[in-house]
Design a binder for this molecule. Structure first.
Ligand code: BGC
Length: 337
């Protein structure tokens, strides 16, 4: 396994390449953004299984969060406002009436320090008190490591004041190795329940059982089967754009491409994931001169319950108390069928 700095860009960010016999991942230190992830298909050819833009500058231009870390709080916070310890905090409104993915200058566009490790890379930054409206100096470390067929991401954060934290990686996966229609991929989710959204994509707090809904992925099925516009939540989310609640502690999501034979299995210590079928892509420029059409990928954004500060205000899972530790691990394991 090798870890090396490929280049330092004009904005000071570094692109790191981690490589072993099975996987190769390119990560830029701005937003700890996964730019490329090469996996071998059933014929032994390398396929880049994440969407990306042609240039690193494009990531901030199009704000699709391709491959990026979303934080300090991923997903939506209602009206960009919350109360904590008697103080009301105001966040940038950047998605309809709500605040999305940590605000306008969230972690996706922040510079992290880079330290190469024997088996990966460690990114670090301190998000200052009141950055994008959030209280507390938040010390964040994100490690990416490779082990055989697995890419591991380990998040660690600590604050000097009570604050909110919900960190995820926002990779858009397409195991065909190109931005093809994601409806043809097969998905299996260890989930009996999902969270409903309103027409702005905000979590409403209503939890539904997946049974007899298009979102029943307990047995693997084509993602296309979920795009059933007669179902209210498909209409409201413009497809799949919902928090799924896991009912087991490993291999909670399994994605498969018939075309390349690549299977990806996602394991996480977190209780759920926003599953997003890239409904809002509109043909923006992608790598290898290919445009990024609507529904050409799927994001499996492992996280705590979105907008929990409002939904579960008594005991929000997204609350990080002063000097407590936020620690989570998510891994992506690849094999071929
Ligand atoms: C959200 C989508 C949003 C996308 C890109 C996802 O996490 O749920 O609604 O369009 O991120 O911002």
């Amino acid at each position: 396994m090798t870890a090396q700095i490929k280049e330092t860009l004009q904005d000071g960010s570094k692109t790191v390449i981690l490589k072993n016999d099975e996987l190769e991942v390119w990560i830029n230190s701005k937003g700890c953004t996964i730019l490329r992830l090469y996996v071998k298909d059933r014929d032994g050819n390398s396929q880049d299984v994440v969407l990306g833009h042609p240039e690193v500058e494009d990531y901030e231009k199009y704000v699709l969060y391709l491959g990026a870390t979303a934080g300090r709080v991923c997903n939506r916070i209602k009206k960009g406002e919350f109360e904590l310890n008697g103080t009301t905090y105001h966040l940038p409104i950047n998605n309809g009436p709500n605040s999305l993915h940590g605000g306008i200058k969230g972690f996706s566009f922040a510079q992290f320090d880079t330290e190469l490790l024997e088996n990966g890379v460690r990114f670090h930054r301190v998000s200052p008190d009141m950055e994008e409206g959030y209280p507390g100096n938040l010390d964040v470390t994100i490690e990416f490591t490779l082990a055989d067929h697995t890419l591991n991401i380990h998040y660690h954060a600590q604050s000097d004041q009570d604050t909110l934290v919900n960190l995820t990686n926002h990779s858009y996966f397409n195991l065909d190795g190109e931005p093809s229609y994601i409806g043809d991929h097969v998905l299996k989710l260890a989930c009996e329940e999902f969270g409903c959204v309103d027409s702005d994509g905000l979590a409403t707090g209503e939890i539904r059982n997946v049974e007899h809904t298009p979102f029943d992925f307990r047995d693997e099925k084509k993602i296309d089967e979920a795009f059933d516009d007669s179902y209210d939540q498909v209409q409201l989310g413009t497809g799949i754009d919902h928090h799924f609640i896991f009912n087991q502690d490993h291999d909670q999501a399994i994605l498969f491409s018939e075309k390349t034979g690549i299977e990806m299995s996602v394991s996480t210590t977190l209780p759920g994931a926003q599953i997003y079928s890239a409904n809002f892509l509109q043909g923006e420029p992608g790598k290898y001169a290919k445009k990024l059409p609507k529904r050409s990928a799927i994001c499996i954004e492992t996280q705590n319950m979105p907008d929990d500060i409002h939904i579960n205000s008594e005991n929000p899972t997204t609350l990080l108390r002063k000097d407590n530790v936020f620690d989570s691990k998510t891994s992506f394991t690849f094999k071929v069928r």
